[in-house]
Design a protein around this ligand. Structure first.
Ligand SMILES: Nc1ncnc2c1ncn2[C@@H]1O[C@H](COP(=O)(O)OP(=O)(O)OP(=O)(O)O)[C@@H](O)[C@H]1O
Ligand SMILES: [Zn+2]
Length: 583
């Protein structure tokens, strides 16, 4: 396995290590980056180690890479301002790795046992994931319950369907019996019944038609009334006086407009002329002329000034006049447009009235038509009634007394229909049986699954406990610690010496460390497969011999064991230890 790390934790130079299967001891001075290496490797087992916990605080990008069995796994982290992004391919993603792949002072279980706290239920339940199995089992249990209820319902339905089928069969036989009976009596009454029925039908039919036509008549009459009203309303708005008054106003306005327009034109011409004259007089004044530029007569130069004043005031007056006439014309134009619009509205309204009158005529025709039809039908009815009355003497059977057998048959048929409908909505027995079968199979499958979950649940609960007793007895003896340990029914870690229970706090620190390590190895063997196991040796207080026994033991639990160890040498050394043979 090759490990490459750069800018993760305190490792700021590219680091590449080649690790052998078995136990690797990575030695380096303090603060060299041993913990950083372990955490980087651990981060390939769980995404609960976040980029911000991994990347060197002063770097913008970094990576950890492991090449193993021909595959490359990695986390490549980038920081842009305060945001972290990463590209990753993890070996596994299981947060149990925090507890079960890294044995260090940060390990929660180790801390607990060093502190003398003996309850390890949380550890067993977290590492065995029994809570998940429990939840899954509960889910299946409730589904099973549901299915059983559905099955009960189906059973009930099945019984109901069978019951309905029997009832329908009984009705069928009763009906066919009645039908033969009816066939026999029918021959007798056939003629009279037919005659009365036809007559009655015909009369009834006529009456129906009369009524329906009367309804039509009413409808049409209603529409006619409405239209009549509309016409009246519109006509009140378009009397000829109104139109004439508009027209008179319009012609008066036109006249006024004409005279004002000619007035305005004249004024325009006069103003232009005056302006010209004024210019010339001003020019003459400027040049101090003494002859008139029109007639050549002598003019006192001082009179130019007088003339300028006279003509200027005249020009002003005319200009004012001009403006007020222009305004008057605009006002008249507006008035004219208004009146023209009103006249147009009148035209439109008259058009509407014409159309409404056409509809009125149509409706009137229709009324006449329907009335004719009604009196025709009524005459037919009268005639038929008269004919019946005349011939009623011949009819022996009273009109309408229904055949009781027929009535009974109809009743039974109706009943049968109801049953059939019910049966249809319940489903026929065979199809219900099929569904019942399906449900049964589904229930059996679920029951099997629930049972196997239950077994797995129990297995997980007890597996770690049994394994722990086995492992602890073996290792504690190997290490020459004079204690025995087990996990009791309440998931307490119980330690005995010479048959008497011993408080955890009374144990030596290497004894406690060993117990924590055994628990972790036990959980790993029972529930969790890790590609490598990281051990931080710094806090361990084992002597050389015991450390050798421990590493030897660890070499059997997973492919790669990486132990980090402080060493004064300012260089990285890597070695694969040959397990010491215990004597
Ligand atoms: N995310 C980080 N960013 C920057 N510096 C870090 C980061 N993590 C750790 N360091 C620093 O990098 C250095 C190496 O830390 P690390 O814990 O890996 O060393 P170590 O070899 O395990 O040390 P020791 O032998 O004391 O346990 C330390 O100085 C530490 O403060
Ligand atoms: Zn003159």
């Amino acid at each position: 396995m090759i490990v490459r790390v750069y800018n993760m934790g305190g490792i700021t130079e590219p680091l590449e290590l080649s690790l052998e299967k078995g136990v690797n001891v990575y030695k380096a001075p303090n603060s060299y980056g041993k913990t950083s290496l372990s955490k980087s490797m651990l981060s390939l087992l769980t995404s609960s180690l976040k980029p911000e916990d991994l990347l060197n605080a002063f770097a913008d990008s970094g990576y950890v890479e492991i090449e193993m069995n021909g595959k490359t796994y990695y986390r490549r982290i980038k920081r842009i301002k305060d945001r972290f992004t990463e590209d990753s391919k993890l070996i596994i993603n299981d947060d149990r790795a925090l507890l079960l792949s890294y044995f260090s002072p940060e390990n929660k279980l180790l801390n607990q046992i060093l502190a003398g706290e003996e309850n390890v239920e949380w550890f067993i339940s977290a590492t065995s994931k029994i809570a998940e199995i429990r939840a899954r089992k509960d889910e299946l249990d409730s589904k099973l319950e549901q299915l059983k209820k559905e099955m009960e319902n189906l059973d009930k339905k099945y019984e109901e369907a069978i019951d309905l089928q029997t009832k329908i069969r009984q009705l069928d036989s009763e009906i066919s019996k009645l039908e033969t009976e009816k066939e026999n009596s029918k021959v007798l009454n056939k003629a009279t019944i037919t005659i009365t029925t036809t007559r009655n039908n015909k009369l009834y039919d006529l009456q129906e038609r009369i009524e329906s036509r009367k309804r039509d008549l009413k409808d049409v009459q209603l529409r006619l009334d409405k239209i009549e009203q509309e016409i009246k309303q519109k006509e009140s708005m378009v009397s000829s006086e109104i139109r004439e008054s508009y027209e008179a106003q319009l012609s008066q306005i036109n006249q006024e407009l004409q005279s004002k327009a000619s007035l305005r034109n004249n004024l325009d011409i006069e103003i232009k002329l005056l302006e010209k004259v004024l210019d010339q007089i001003k020019e003459s004044e400027k040049q101090q002329l003494s002859t008139c530029y029109v007639c050549g007569s002598h003019v006192e130069p001082s009179t130019w000034r007088v003339r300028v004043d006279v003509i200027s005031s005249e020009l002003n007056e005319k200009k004012n006049n001009y403006t007020s006439i222009k305004n008057e014309i605009a006002e008249l134009d507006q008035k004219k447009a208004e009146i023209e619009k009103r006249l147009k509205d009148l035209d439109q309204m008259e058009n509407d009235i014409r159309k409404l009158k056409m509809v009125r005529e149509e409706l009137q025709d229709k009324i006449a038509n329907i009335s004719g039809q009604i009196s025709d039908l009524e005459r037919q009815k009268r005639e038929m009634e008269e004919r019946f009355n005349r011939s009623s003497a011949e009819v022996v059977m009273p009109i309408e007394s229904k055949d009781p057998i027929l009535e009974r048959i109809e009743e039974l048929k109706k009943k049968k229909e109801n049953y059939e409908y019910e049966l249809m909505s319940i489903g026929i027995p065979n199809s219900i049986l099929e569904k019942l079968d399906e449900k049964k199979k589904e229930i059996e499958g679920l029951q099997e699954e629930v049972e196997s979950l239950q077994k797995e649940y129990i297995r997980r609960l007890t597996a770690a406990r049994d394994e722990f007793v086995r492992a602890s007895n073996y290792l504690l003896r190997q290490l020459d610690f004079n204690i025995e340990a087990k996990i009791d029914e309440k998931y307490r870690l119980v330690v005995m010496r010479k048959g008497a229970e011993l408080d955890l706090k009374k144990l030596s620190s290497s004894e406690r460390t060993t117990l924590a390590l055994i628990l972790i190895v036990t959980a790993m063997k029972s529930y969790f497969k890790t590609p490598f196991f990281l051990v931080d040796e710094s806090f361990m207080t084992f002597d050389q011999k015991r450390f050798g026994i421990l590493t030897n033991y660890l070499s059997g639990i997973t492919e790669y064991i990486i132990i980090t160890k402080s060493d004064e040498r300012a260089e990285i050394t890597k070695e694969t230890t040959v397990p010491q043979v215990s004597s």
